[in-house]
Design a protein around this ligand. Structure first.
Ligand code: KIV
Ligand code: ZN
Length: 385
C-alpha cells in the first residue's frame, strides 16, 4: 500500500471560514488533538497575520513532536521571515509559500505581469531555501491558470529548490478527471517534475473536493491538504474525515493508506466544532448526527439482521457512539422490539401489537420518538400494551 500524507490545514485555511476564528489557546488544544489523530503535516496558522497567530504557531512548533510543522507565507520576504522564525524550533518543518498564477488574479488582485510573477516566485523560493530545505510552493488558483504558464511557474520554483508542489483548486472549479490530469501533465511536462512531491488542495464549491483529491491520488499525488469537518472559506476545504474514510473503505481499490488513527476522528470533529462554534450539517458524511442513523422500517429491519445491509463503515471504528436506529413514523415492529431489548426490556408479540399502534399515533405527530417516550407508551396505564 502506498502511504498518503495527510496535511492538516484546519488551523490555517479552515480558520478562514467566516466566524470560525480561534484563540491561540484553542489552536494549541486542537493541535494536540491533531497530533493524536496522526496527521503527518500540520499548518497551524499564518504567522505574519497577528502577534497571537505568531505565538500560537511558535508554541505549536515547540511542543508538537513526531510531526512536520508548516509555516505559511505569501511570497513576500517579511512573511517568509516571520514563518521561518515562528517555526524555527520545530522538530521537522517546511515553509509553504503561495503566489497567484491565474490571469484573473494577476490582472485584478496582484496587478503584475506573468514575467513579474515568475521572478517573484523564483526570488522568494531562493530566499527561503537559504534557511530551510523543505519548501512547498502553491500557484494560487492553479486550476484556472493557463497550462503553459502554470508549467513555467512550477519549473521556475523547482529550479530554485522547491521540494513540494501544491496545485490548489482555490475556488473549487476543477472536475475530478481534469484535476488528476493536471498533475500528470505537470509532472511530465516540467523540467525537474519527477524530482518533487505533489500535493492536492481542494475547495468544495461544487461539492467535489473529496472526489478531486481522490483523482489527484490516482494520478500519483502523495499528499492531500484537508481540514477537520471540511471547514474553510465559502463551502470549505476537502474534509479530512470524508477523505480518510473513503481511502480506508476503498483501500483495496485505491491501493493507498494513511497514518490516521481512525478512532480519534469523532473526538477531533467534536473538538473542532466546539472550539470554532461551527455547526455540522446533520447529514454530513461520517460525523453528522444522521450519518449512521436509520429510520426507514426496511433499513432498520435489515440492519438488525446484519449491519452491512445498509452500512459500509462501522461507526465504532471512528469512535462514534453507536445508536443506529432512530424511531419515527417509518419504523417497524422489529425496530421497536430491538430498541426495547437494547434498553433491557423484553416484550412478547401480544405486548408488541398495542404498543406498535400507540407508537404509530405518536410518531405521526412528531419527528422522532425517544427512548423515554417509548418506555412511557409501554408503561402507560391508560392504554395497557
Ligand atoms: O486555496 C488556496 O489556494 C490556498 C493556498 C494558499 C494554498 O489555500
Ligand atoms: Zn485553500
Amino acid at each position: 500500500m502506498k502511504k498518503i500524507q495527510i496535511f492538516d490545514t484546519t488551523l490555517r485555511d479552515g480558520e478562514q471560514a467566516p466566524g470560525a476564528s480561534l484563540s491561540p489557546e484553542a489552536k494549541i488544544r486542537i493541535a494536540r488533538q491533531l497530533v493524536k489523530l496522526g496527521v503527518d503535516v500540520l499548518e497551524p496558522g499564518f504567522p505574519i497575520s497577528s502577534p497571537g497567530e505568531f505565538a500560537a504557531v511558535q508554541q505549536i512548533s515547540r511542543e508538537m513532536q513526531g510531526i512536520e510543522i508548516c509555516g505559511f507565507a505569501r511570497s513576500v520576504r517579511e512573511d517568509i521571515d516571520s514563518a521561518l522564525k515562528a517555526t524555527q524550533d520545530a522538530e521537522k518543518r517546511r515553509i509553504h509559500m503561495f503566489l497567484s498564477s491565474s490571469d484573473i488574479h494577476l490582472d485584478f488582485q496582484l496587478r503584475k505581469s506573468r514575467e513579474q510573477v515568475v521572478e517573484i516566485a523564483r526570488r522568494m523560493v531562493a530566499h527561503a531555501k537559504q534557511f530551510v530545505d523543505r519548501i512547498e510552493f502553491s500557484p494560487m488558483d492553479a486550476t484556472r491558470t493557463g497550462e503553459e504558464f502554470l508549467h513555467q511557474v512550477v519549473e521556475a520554483v523547482i529550479a530554485e529548490g522547491a521540494t513540494i508542489i501544491n496545485i490548489p483548486d482555490t475556488v473549487g472549479y476543477a472536475l475530478p478527471e481534469e484535476y488528476g490530469r493536471l498533475f500528470t501533465r505537470v509532472r511530465q511536462g516540467v523540467r525537474g517534475g519527477n524530482s518533487v512531491e505533489y500535493s492536492a488542495h481542494c475547495h468544495n464549491d461544487l461539492g467535489l473536493a473529496v472526489a478531486n483529491s481522490i483523482a489527484a491520488i490516482q494520478a500519483g499525488v502523495t499528499q492531500v491538504e484537508v481540514t477537520v469537518n471540511g471547514i474553510g472559506e465559502r463551502a470549505g476545504n476537502c474534509s479530512l474525515e470524508e477523505l480518510v474514510m473513503a481511502l480506508e473503505t476503498r483501500k483495496l481499490t485505491l491501493g493507498v493508506e494513511t497514518s490516521i488513527q481512525l478512532q480519534e476522528i469523532y473526538a477531533t470533529s467534536r473538538m473542532v466544532r466546539r472550539e470554532m462554534n461551527f455547526p455540522i450539517a446533520l447529514n454530513k458524511p461520517i460525523v453528522g448526527r444522521n450519518a449512521f442513523q436509520h429510520e426507514a422500517g426496511i433499513h432498520q429491519d435489515g440492519l438488525i439482521k446484519n449491519r452491512n445491509t445498509y452500512e459500509i463503515m462501522d461507526p465504532i471504528q471512528m469512535g462514534i457512539p453507536r445508536k443506529m436506529i432512530i424511531l419515527g413514523k417509518h419504523s417497524g415492529r422489529h425496530a421497536i422490539k430491538h430498541r426495547l431489548s437494547q434498553l433491557s426490556i423484553v416484550i412478547n408479540d401480544q405486548q408488541l401489537e398495542p404498543l406498535y399502534e400507540k407508537f404509530k399515533v405518536l410518531a405521526d405527530t412528531q419527528k422522532i420518538v425517544t427512548d423515554a417516550e417509548l418506555v412511557m407508551l409501554l408503561d402507560d396505564p391508560a392504554h395497557p400494551s
